[in-house]
Design a protein around this ligand. Structure first.
Ligand SMILES: Nc1ncnc2c1ncn2[C@@H]1O[C@H](COP(=O)(O)OP(=O)(O)OP(=O)(O)O)[C@@H](O)[C@H]1O
Ligand SMILES: Nc1ncnc2c1ncn2[C@@H]1O[C@H](COP(=O)(O)OP(=O)(O)OP(=O)(O)O)[C@@H](O)[C@H]1O
Ligand SMILES: [Mg+2]
Ligand SMILES: [Mg+2]
Lengths: 230, 230
């Protein structure tokens, strides 16, 4: 589904260079379920942003669904991204002026083959809102929600287009263990349907639900498997 | 240090009433170290916002450092809050246009008895930035930082005025376990110095560092002590 080949990502900060990724190569076959772990600043979100085609590498190649992303222009990239990928951001990126329902619907407006919201779309919105426990809050806005409720809106929104690839950046960071288990249950079902899930987490309880774990350190893959310290 | 007496907080949402807190009474003596746990939406952040005098209860009394908060006007409240309380927000609330250093310095500008930044202030900024592992990033802005790095700026900022009361809303939600341990170490030292710490967390590994735990459910205190399920 997605393959990174010797990926480098460097940010220029004034005269300072931050080498966020320093040569990352990894293959994610379809149906994979991977947890990316590692210390704060080790490059996890940067890697996920590249996988989500939200950013381009400084060096190296990213093959997404058979296309080399560097050979696609921005429009082609947007189209592929919207069709294939659902992204749960580390800081949610909800639209403050939109209600919960409108936020969940945002990806539906980016579909190239269907511009209107059908009744089956609406049913799917209501169903997902119910799955994340927000059925009663559809007409409220982000500032009226708790941190965990906002996170759950971001999760529902990422899933509305039935994406083949789900990229989740700390999807349960603001959720208590019961709610976390419900979300992990949902992700497990999606993976069982054949979807590819790549999630960043720093919690072993979440990481062990995945099929394999990748550990990042200083912009490189340092190892595989769970941390053994807790 | 802080006492809640039969606190109610109700939000009006159109014709909908959300009763976020439904009769909460609890005393936090000086030097206390309490973890507040409970499911998403149970009222934890609302309680912390009231303790931080960032919001007023719909009913009940809040006694902060001997003053009934309802008898203080907004200016008096601001002054007490800035002098006594350091607040780590669930969504950080960093100022995007300010650098890391400028963000850490924000509370210094609100001091009523000293409007300029002295060299000892500056030393404290550098020291705190070092304590949270951000000494090299002082001139960068939030968008150039990872999620956990942004959280650490919020932590340093909350501590810059040497507050007597530290209110922390999920202070390690975006931190890996090593960085989390460093932050918990720092909070432990501050409590050993006599400061009162009230922190919201949904992680047992964090909650067990506190002296006691309070469990919230549906806007009320449902019990005390750690969750036994993980
Ligand atoms: N400004 C607001 N307007 C309306 N309702 C609100 C507002 N702020 C919070 N609420 C509601 O009050 C309830 C409690 O919210 P609160 O943020 O205290 O929960 P929490 O325990 O911190 O949850 P989480 O663990 O998800 O952060 C929730 O149902 C929330 O939607
Ligand atoms: N837009 C940017 N400009 C400059 N530097 C950046 C930018 N985005 C990220 N960085 C830097 O790149 C490095 C990796 O960041 P990244 O967000 O990938 O870390 P992370 O592993 O997700 O961390 P966390 O666990 O704290 O979220 C960090 O040093 C970060 O400060
Ligand atoms: Mg990150
Ligand atoms: Mg909260």
């Amino acid at each position: 589904a997605a393959r990174l080949i010797d990926i480098h990502k460097t940010y220029q900060l004034g005269e300072h260079l931050v080498r966020a990724l320093r040569g990352v190569s990894v293959d994610f076959p379809e149906g994979d379920y991977v947890a990316i772990m590692g210390s704060s600043g080790s490059g996890k979100s940067t890697m996920l942003n590249l996988l989500g085609a939200l950013d381009r590498p400084t060096d190296g190649h990213y093959i997404l669904a058979g296309h080399d992303v560097s050979e696609l222009d921005d429009d082609q990239l947007s189209e592929i991204r919207n069709k294939l990928i659902g992204f749960i951001f580390q800081s949610y990126n909800l639209i403050p002026q939109y209600t919960v329902l409108e936020n969940i619907q945002v990806p539906l407006h980016y579909r190239t083959h269907q511009r209107t919201i059908s009744s089956s779309d609406m049913n799917r919105c209501l169903d997902l809102a119910g799955r994340v426990g927000l059925a009663e809050r559809l007409d409220h806005r982000p500032f009226q929600l708790s941190g965990g409720q906002q996170q759950r809106v971001a999760i529902a929104r990422a899933l509305i287009n039935d994406p083949e690839i789900i990229l989740a950046d700390e999807p349960t960071g603001n959720l208590d263990s019961t709610t976390e288990q419900e979300i992990m249950q949902l992700l497990g079902e999606l993976n069982a349907e054949g979807r590819t899930i790549i999630m960043v987490t720093h919690e072993n309880s979440v990481a062990r639900k995945a099929k394999q774990q990748i550990i990042m350190k200083d912009g490189k893959i340092a190892g595989f498997g769970l941390f053994s310290d807790d």
